[in-house]
Write a new protein. Structure first.
Length: 366
């Protein structure tokens, strides 16, 4: 047997006497798994921190007239019910234009609804926060005009719903002529839908993938490039959404008064021969110390048609009151105070689809 050299022997004796403060990791692991098996102690239950959900503090408001509570911020959305003048509402936020307030409405599916902001009175200096909306990921576009969302790139495909002006949409593709964009749309097949590109403002069109009518990517070179003379795209704007208002159930009812409402602004759209062919608005004039009320009417319109405006009272269309046409500004009309009147708005007769967006303003100057 070969003897160990003196330096090495000394070192071994020194190591045996003193030991090591910590064995190598591999040795420790081996000992734990074989020679000294032990159970891993279960840590004591530690309560998880509560999940924080931000809920805006409601702002109290008072309705100045009877209003429809709608499922979204616009007259094109379904009516969830009616609230009467004088009722208190709890406001959560407002839309991007500040024209609609979201309120607590327990009978709605989500416990919330929307009312026109102009008919809600809140404390002076109170600021209603904007609705928190998630920022879409990837390429986006802004809707420039109310549009139909369709199941495919063309007017022959089914309508899935409507998009309101200024809505931001996520773009996922385009058809071969780039005249239609595919967008993310939860109500559509596979969460997608199609809109005409003419009324989508975006700088991302060039980078979008080309898709066929079923949303499948088009292989480069597989699809033929359209030939023939260039054509001008015709705007494919859908008919007005049917809001089901009528003479018996007008879209709004406004009661003018000395201490309450002095003006209302109502905006909507009508169309013919498809879509919502008429709108009804009801109001009751007020006069301080007199029987005649002085009202100022303004009517602005856009679209591809004009409006016929009728004044009704007691179920009868009145004559001799004057006229109100698109483009009239601050037109004075005298009506009896304390009596309810109704305005009926319909598209003027013509050919093809006639869609008219309008804004009606009525001021009571007692």
């Amino acid at each position: 047997m070969k003897k160990l050299g003196f330096p090495l022997a000394v070192l071994l004796l020194f190591a045996a006497a003193c030991g090591t403060s910590e064995p190598p990791a591999a040795t420790l692991a081996s000992a734990s798994l074989t020679a000294f098996p032990t159970e891993t102690p279960t840590p004591p239950d530690t309560p998880l921190p509560p999940t924080l959900t931000f809920t805006p503090t409601p702002i109290e408001g008072t309705l100045t007239t009877q209003v429809n509570v709608r499922s979204g911020p616009g007259t094109s959305y379904d009516s969830l019910g009616l609230l009467n003048a004088g009722e208190k509402v709890q406001i959560l936020n407002k839309d991007s234009r500040g024209e609609w307030y979201q309120i607590l409405y327990p009978s709605a599916p989500q416990g919330r609804g929307w009312v026109a902001a102009q008919f809600v009175q809140i404390a002076a200096g109170t600021e209603v926060p904007l609705e928190a909306t998630p920022t879409p990921a990837g390429p986006t576009g802004r809707v420039m005009q109310r549009l139909n969302v369709r199941s495919g790139p063309g007017t022959a495909f089914d309508s899935l719903g409507l998009l309101e002006p200024d809505a931001i949409v996520s773009l996922s593709g385009k058809n071969i002529t780039a005249s239609w964009f595919q967008i993310d749309y939860s109500a559509g097949p596979d969460g997608r839908g199609w809109v005409t590109a003419q009324y989508i403002q975006t700088d991302a069109a060039d980078g979008l993938p080309v898709l066929d009518d079923y949303g499948n990517p088009v292989t480069p070179g597989a699809a033929e490039t359209p030939s023939g003379p260039a054509t001008t795209l015709t705007p494919t704007v859908g008919p007005a959404f049917t809001d089901e208002d009528s003479r018996a159930a007008p879209a709004v009812r406004v009661n003018f008064s000395a201490a309450g409402t002095h003006q209302f602004i109502y905006s909507s759209q009508v169309s013919a021969p498809q879509g919502d062919s008429e709108d009804w608005v009801e109001f009751t004039p007020y006069a301080a110390g007199g029987t005649d009320a002085r009202l100022i009417f303004s009517l602005s319109c856009s679209g591809n048609g004009a409006l016929t405006v009728e004044l009704w009272q007691g179920g009868v269309s009145l004559s001799g009151w004057g006229t109100l046409e698109c483009g009239d500004l601050e037109k004075l009309i005298t009506l009896s105070a304390g009596r309810s009147y109704q305005i009926r708005l319909t598209p003027v007769a013509g050919e093809g689809l006639r869609l008219v967006d309008y804004v009606l303003t009525v001021q009571d100057r007692p």
